[in-house]
Design a binder for this molecule. Structure first.
Ligand code: UD1
Ligand code: CA
Length: 452
């Protein structure tokens, strides 16, 4: 089929310079949700009608399978679909979607398309307790005969509770004919897409309707309030999917996934965690409260303790991270690694069984296996102009409060005494220490306050 996504509206009520359809829901633009759903239908043409915000929409979402068409000025939904007409394949039906209605399910669209078949018109409708603002579905002997917009409706029509969601499927050759005959002789001086319904009835084309599986599938975003409401619905759906897969969520209401979260078996996630991008949690992984995890792989049995921040990192199995740890991009940890509180790791690898349990900065470092990094250790990786690497070989012991001035290597099995400032390589299996010899002065007197 062809798909046309209407996304030219300005979204004044968002109170933002960003085009409405680029506002994020679950971490990605509203319009991307609609495009991704459309893609699941494998459309032969997918056309996005954009308007406000200059080239921001096509620039952000450009892709070989999408045609972006500018609608300028915006003269209504019928006028918007008209702009797509040259791109549409006459021999396949056309599905019209709204770029600001992000949660429509593929199942709902497939059943609408099945209702339309090759040569009927099908409209997705819902019944609302309060239909105010929507186009009303006018039926005679149960058959749909036209749609009347709120502003053009008389009192009786305004009582109709079945409304147009805006989503429809039409036979394309006919659709183009109907669009060319639209007029803007109505209350809003707009070319209404909804006027094609009466034309179809006139032409003897059957007009059918189908309903979404859930009413929220047809909710649109016109304000930040509505965006926040849809975000909760989206997150609630995601949390339910995770629960159904067997993930334990301390509170499904206090989880945010802005991307894709894949979980193995027996995964536990405590409250207030945020997952962004692609995150993979292996079997038995436990995530403590208040963690922020972005683009990460965490292998089986690892425990991420509360208040840990992880970005672009890979963590092996049976490891202990946090509380209050920060793993920055390029962190790769092998199995059974311990990273404790207030330890920052960046662009560094740790071999198996290595530990940095307290207060350390490990940047641009290669750390071997069974290494112990003492409290207060700092890799001095930056000389003010360039970054340099620190290499710590297997079984090394780095005493507390040590500075490793890179580039520098600590040999296998080496020990650095506490407080060492390492500026030259430390040989394997030896103690290296750089500090003044300890002396004691007996009989030394503390100064006392002078009497005035
Ligand atoms: C439209 C329908 C109405 C339906 C309602 C559902 C028409 C005439 N009315 O009304 O029956 O109940 O949606 O929400 O179709 N757009 C463009 N270009 C334009 C105008 C609109 O791209 O020139 C886009 C908007 O960005 C939006 C969608 O079309 O995504 C709907 O436009 P909107 O102005 O919200 O339509 P409504 O008046 O709400
Ligand atoms: Ca609307």
């Amino acid at each position: 089929m062809n798909v046309v996504i209407l996304a030219a509206g300005m979204g004044k009520r968002m109170q933002s310079d960003l085009p409405k359809v680029l506002h994020a829901l679950g971490g990605k633009p509203l319009l991307s949700h609609v495009i991704d759903t459309a893609r699941q239908l494998s459309p032969s043409r997918c056309c996005v009608i954009y308007g406000h915000g200059g080239d921001a929409v096509p620039t952000r979402l450009a892709s070989d399978d999408l045609h972006f068409v500018l609608q300028e000025p915006q003269l209504g939904t019928g006028h918007a679909v008209m702009q797509a007409a040259p791109v549409l394949n006459d021999d396949e039906p056309t599905l019209v979607l709204y770029g600001d209605v992000p949660l429509t399910s593929i199942g709902t669209l497939k059943s609408l398309a099945a209702t339309a078949g090759k040569d009927k018109l099908a409209v997705l409708t819902i019944e609302l307790d309060d239909p105010t603002g929507y186009g009303r579905i006018v039926r005679e002997q149960q058959r749909i005969v036209r749609i009347v917009e709120q502003k053009d409706a008389d009192d009786n029509e305004r009582k109709i509770r079945e409304v147009n969601t805006g989503i429809l499927v039409a036979p394309t050759r006919k659709l183009k004919e109907w669009l060319s005959r639209l007029s803007n002789d109505n209350a809003q001086r707009e070319y209404y897409l909804t006027d094609i319904i009466a034309q179809a009835v006139n032409d003897g084309i059957p007009v059918e309707s189908s309903q979404p599986s859930h009413a929220w599938e047809t909710l649109g975003v016109n304000s930040k309030v509505q965006l926040a409401q849809l975000e909760r619905i989206f997150q609630n759906n995601l949390a339910n999917e995770l629960l159904e897969q067997g993930v334990t969520l301390a509170d499904p209401m206090r989880l945010d996934v802005r991307g894709r979260l894949r979980c193995g078996r027996e995964v536990t996630i405590d409250v207030n965690c945020v997952f962004e991008g692609e995150v993979e949690l292996g079997d038995g992984v436990q995530i403590g409260a208040n963690c922020m995890i972005r683009n990460a792989r965490i292998a089986a049995g690892t425990h991420i303790k509360p208040f840990t921040h992880i970005e672009d990192a890979s963590i092996g199995s049976a490891s202990q991270i946090g509380p209050y740890a920060r793993l920055r991009p390029g962190t790769v940890l092998a199995d059974d690694v311990h990273i404790g509180n207030f330890v920052e790791v960046k662009n560094s690898q740790f071999g198996a069984h290595s530990k940095a349990n307290h207060l350390a900065y490990v940047g641009d470092a290669s750390v071997g296996q069974r290494v112990n990094i003492g409290a207060g250790t700092i890799t001095c990786n930056y000389d003010g102009a360039n970054k340099h690497r620190t290499v710590i070989e297997d079984d090394a012991f780095i005493g507390s409060d040590t500075q490793l001035v890179a580039p520098v290597t600590v040999g296998r099995g080496a020990t650095l005494g506490a407080g060492t400032t390492l500026t030259k390589d430390a040989p394997a299996d030896s103690l290296t220490v750089s500090r003044a010899k300890q002396t004691s002065i007996t009989g030394w007197q503390r100064p006392v306050k002078s009497k005035k």
